[in-house]
Design a protein around this ligand. Structure first.
Ligand code: GCB
Length: 619
C-alpha cells in the first residue's frame, strides 16, 4: 500500500479536517472523503437554499472560534440561523424571507446582480434526519464549493474547506435532530495571491455551492476508501487496497467481481487497512474502443458497496504511450466545466454527457479536463463512453511558489482528486500545473506534486502543460527545455503559433528543439472565432482564420516525430472576464470549436476530419 494512501489522521474514528493557517492562504488537507458516495444510502440536500449576500462580512462574527467552546455565549452570527424569540428581540437577518439560489449551481449565472460578485454568500437549508438505524453514522458531503466554505450545523461550526473543486465532508453523527436541522454554509470566492488558483485566471470565478450536497448514512463500521486496479506492469493481476472506518477495524471484507468469476476476502490490520493481490487471468481490458466495466462489490459486515470499474494498463516507452501494451495516439480536446448555452458552471450528469458527447462526435478518444478537477460524474461518464482523461489541479500561471501553505493547498487538492478518481479507468494522466513560468522554486513546487501523485497512484502518468520559448536568434525556432520536463512522463506544452505568436503563415516555417525523448502531447493550440462571423482567413476572429490555423497547426505537428497526441483549446466558448472586446468576445473566450449557442464552427470539421483519418491510419 502506498504510504500516503491513508495517513495518520485516518486511524481515528470519524472525519478530521486539518487546517493550515498562514495569513490568507489556508490549505485544507484531510483523510480521504467517503469513496463512491452515490453508492450509499443518501438523501440529497440539493434544491433551493435561502441565501444572504454579505459583501461586508457582517454575518461572520463568530466569537466561538476554534477550539470550539460550546459553553461560550452565542453571538449574532448568521450561522446561528436565529429567529426572534418575541417581537422585542432585534435580529437583523432572516433566512426564511431571504431569496433562494439553486444548489448545485454557481450564484453568478443565477442572479444578474451576482454576475460579477466576488465575496461571501451565506447559504441556509433546513432538513429532517431520521437514520434508518440508531447505530448508523451520518456525514454531510459536499461535491465542491468555490472557493472557501465554513460549515455550521445547528449553530455549531463543523469546519472549513479550502479549494473550489474538490469534495469534502463532515461527520455529523450525534449532532442532528430528527427534525428542523439548520445547515448554514458561508461560501467565499474571493481571489487571493497565495491561493490555488491565484488571482489571475482565464475563466470565470463562479462562486457558490457548485456541486451536490448529500447526507450520507453508513453502518458504524464501513469501507471508507478502496482502490481496485491492475497491478502496475501487469494485465492479469489485480491489486486491491482498502480502508475500514469504525470500531470494528478488523472486520473481514468480501470482494466480488462476478462477471470475472473473482471473489476474495481481505483481512484488515488493526488500523483497518487491507491490501491484496489477486490473479485475474480472464479480464477483458478497458479501452476507448471497448470500454468494458465490471461490477465490483465490497461487503464488510452490514456495509455493502457496488462500483463499476474498468481495468487497463497505461505506460510510456520512449516516445510511445502504451494503452494495454499498444501504442495509442491521443485524439483529444480541452474542456472547461461550463454549460455554453447559459454560461455557467456545469453541474449535472446531463451536461457532462452533452460535453463529452460532442467530444465523441469530434472523433476524440481523449479529453483534457482543464484547469481544475471537474465533477466526479464526468470521469464516470467517460468510463462508460470510452474517453481517456487528463485531470488537472488549478496550479495555473503564477502561484506563490515559495509559500509552504500554498504548496500544502495544492497538495491537498491533488490528493483529493487522485483519491476520488483513482478507480476510474478513463483517467490516465494527472496534470499538476498549467503554463507555469520556469524558476527554481516553481520546479521544486511542481516536483513535490509529481511525487505526491505517484505516491498515491502508481497506475497513471503524470504531466503538466508546459511552455515553449523562442530562440532569440530565430523566431521560427521553438524550444521546449523546461527543467520540469525531466520529472514528467509526457512532454506536454501549450503553443499558440499563429495566434499570439505571428500569423498562421508562420506555422509551416516552425522547427522544434525538444529536450526530452518523451511522447509529445500538445496540451493547447487554438484561435478565437466568433461563431457565424465569416471573412477571409487573415481576418482575426473569423471562422476562416480559426479553421486555417487548425489545418496549418495539424500539418506542422505531423512533422514532430515524437508527436503522440493533442488537446486543442477548446471544445466550447466559455466565459472569461479577461475577454472584453465588444461585439466579438463580450466576456467570452471564443476559442471554442462550438459557439455559445451550441453551433459548430468550421474548425470543428477540420479537426473532426483529421481525427477520422488518424483513427483509420495504422498506429
Ligand atoms: C492558455 C491557457 C488557457 C487560456 C488560453 C487562451 O494558454 O492555458 O487557460 O484560456 O491560453 O485562450 O489564451
Amino acid at each position: 500500500m502506498p504510504p500516503t494512501l491513508f495517513s495518520g489522521a485516518q486511524a481515528g474514528r470519524g472525519f478530521r479536517l486539518v487546517l493550515i493557517f498562514s495569513g490568507l492562504a489556508l490549505a485544507a488537507s484531510a483523510e480521504p472523503t467517503l469513496a463512491n458516495v452515490n453508492a450509499r444510502a443518501t438523501t440529497s440536500l440539493n434544491g433551493k437554499w435561502h441565501v444572504i449576500v454579505d459583501p461586508y462580512e457582517n454575518g461572520y462574527y463568530d466569537y466561538r472560534r476554534e477550539p470550539y467552546d460550546a459553553a461560550a455565549k452565542p453571538t449574532g452570527g448568521y450561522f446561528l440561523d436565529h429567529r426572534p424569540a418575541d417581537k422585542t428581540e432585534l435580529v437583523e437577518y432572516d433566512f426564511d424571507s431571504s431569496p433562494t439560489l439553486n444548489v448545485p449551481g454557481d450564484w453568478n449565472s443565477q442572479d444578474e446582480k451576482l454576475f460579477y460578485y466576488e465575496g461571501t454568500v451565506w447559504y441556509r437549508r433546513r432538513f429532517d434526519c431520521a437514520p434508518s438505524d440508531p447505530t448508523h453514522r451520518l456525514f454531510l458531503h459536499f461535491g465542491a464549493a468555490n472557493y472557501l466554505a465554513d460549515v455550521y450545523l445547528n449553530g455549531r461550526k463543523l469546519g472549513r474547506h479550502i479549494g473550489g473543486f474538490t469534495p469534502f465532508e463532515f461527520e455529523i453523527t450525534g449532532l442532528v435532530k430528527p427534525a428542523g436541522n439548520s445547515l448554514v454554509v458561508r461560501v467565499d470566492n474571493t481571489r487571493h495571491a497565495d491561493a490555488v488558483p491565484t488571482v489571475n485566471t482565464d475563466w470565470w470565478n463562479y462562486g457558490g455551492l457548485t456541486r451536490d450536497v448529500t447526507l450520507v448514512e453508513t453502518p458504524a463500521t464501513f469501507v471508507r476508501d478502496y482502490h481496485v486496479q491492475l497491478k502496475q506492469g501487469s494485465t492479469d493481476r489485480l491489486e486491491i487496497q482498502l480502508q475500514l472506518d469504525g470500531p470494528q477495524k478488523q472486520l473481514a471484507v468480501a470482494l466480488a467481481i462476478p462477471e470475472a468469476g473473482l471473489t476474495a476476502t481481505l483481512e484488515p490490520d488493526t488500523n483497518g487497512v487491507a491490501s491484496l493481490e489477486l490473479a485475474a487471468p480472464a479480464l477483458a481490458l478497458w479501452s476507448p474502443e471497448q470500454p468494458r466495466l465490471y461490477t465490483v462489490t465490497l461487503t464488510a459486515g452490514a456495509d455493502h458497496l457496488t462500483d463499476r470499474i474498468g481495468f487497463r494498463a497505461i505506460a510510456v516507452r520512449g516516445a510511445d504511450i502504451l494503452l494495454n501494451g499498444r501504442s495509442v495516439f491521443l485524439r483529444g480536446i480541452c474542456l472547461h466545466e461550463e454549460n455554453p448555452f447559459r454560461g455557467g458552471r456545469a453541474y449535472s450528469e446531463a451536461e457532462a454527457r452533452q460535453l463529452l458527447g460532442w467530444a465523441k462526435e469530434l472523433g476524440c478518444n481523449f479529453v483534457r479536463l482543464a484547469h481544475y478537477p471537474h465533477n466526479e460524474h464526468v470521469a464516470r461518464v467517460a468510463d462508460e463512453l470510452g474517453l481517456l482523461l487528463w485531470e488537472e489541479i488549478p496550479v495555473y500561471w503564477t502561484i506563490a511558489w515559495d509559500n509552504p501553505a500554498t504548496l500544502a493547498n495544492a497538495k491537498a487538492q491533488l490528493t483529493d482528486l487522485v483519491v476520488r478518481d483513482r478507480n476510474r479507468a478513463s483517467v490516465i494522466i494527472w496534470s499538476v500545473a498549467n503554463e507555469t513560468p520556469v524558476s527554481e522554486p516553481r520546479t521544486r513546487f511542481l516536483k513535490t506534486l509529481v511525487d505526491t501523485a505517484r505516491s498515491l497512484d502508481d497506475g497513471r502518468l503524470v504531466s503538466a502543460a508546459m511552455e515553449v520559448h523562442t530562440d532569440p536568434q530565430d523566431p521560427n525556432h521553438k524550444i521546449v527545455d523546461d527543467p520540469f520536463g525531466a520529472y514528467t512522463d509526457l512532454l506536454s506544452f501549450n503553443q499558440y503559433v499563429g495566434w499570439y505568436d505571428g500569423l498562421p503563415d508562420k506555422l509551416p516555417l516552425v522547427r522544434w528543439t525538444l529536450a526530452y525523448e518523451k511522447p509529445v502531447v500538445i496540451s493547447e493550440f487554438g484561435a478565437d472565432a466568433l461563431q457565424g462571423f465569416h471573412a477571409d482567413k487573415l481576418t482575426r476572429f473569423s471562422e476562416e482564420y480559426q479553421a486555417d490555423l487548425y489545418a496549418k497547426t495539424l500539418a506542422m505537428l505531423q512533422k514532430i516525430p515524437q508527436w503522440r497526441g493533442a488537446t486543442p483549446w477548446i471544445l466550447t466558448d466559455f466565459r472569461s472576464p479577461r475577454r472584453p472586446l465588444p461585439h466579438v468576445q463580450d466576456g467570452w473566450n471564443r476559442k471554442g470549436l462550438i459557439g455559445e449557442n451550441g453551433t459548430k464552427k468550421q474548425a470543428f470539421y477540420v479537426l473532426q476530419k483529421f481525427y477520422e483519418e488518424k483513427a483509420a491510419a495504422k498506429p
